[in-house]
Design a protein around this ligand. Sequence first.
Ligand code: GDP
Length: 197
Amino acid sequence: MIINDARFLTSNSRADLCPAPTLPEYAFIGRSNVGKSSLINMLTGRNGLAKTSSSPGKTQLINHFIINDKWYLVDLPGYGYAKVSKVARAEWARMINYYLRHRPNLMCVCVLIDSRHAPQAVDLEFMEKLGEEGIPFVMVFTKADKQSTAQTKALLADYLKKMGESWDELPRHFLTSAETGLGRDEVLNFIAEVNQQ
Ligand code: GDP
């Protein structure tokens, strides 16, 4: 897919205030600092479109971008930041759960996972919940450039083995790097494929 146009549309704290669900929508989510903003900027080829932040856990808004006037890319607030209060965490869960259940145009959630780390409970639980709710998702492993290809392969194999313990069929997954552009075509082609269905 060629990205001709990528624009910020709205930031909302409530799913019911998001743009009318008239276009297919793809949501990006993951633990704070997973590299979500960098990935969105890499995919769209627009540096600075999503704000990379030095204070993780700060953004608590649902950010809509419109791509090629054809689909929405949604930057969801990250989870799992240790310094976030219980109240803020509960607010996050309420907002995200409502969003996930009330966007009829939500085609797929892209769950971002740092390729350097062993499986983390917070990610596994989030994906488990998506599975239970029947919400389609793919896994997008980030920061692949941070270690050698052999290390990444080993970490990925371990991760998928762990996933295999709870999933009969492994979710589709992509390996990416915002630094090198690895995985860009694969993720964008996947979105183009789903858009055509
Ligand atoms: P977010 O909080 O999930 O939006 O994460 P950011 O996109 O702000 O990235 C967090 C940190 O990881 C920043 O210092 C980025 O420069 C760095 N980062 C993000 N993606 C990559 C990547 O693919 N490779 C490398 N080497 N660093 C990355």
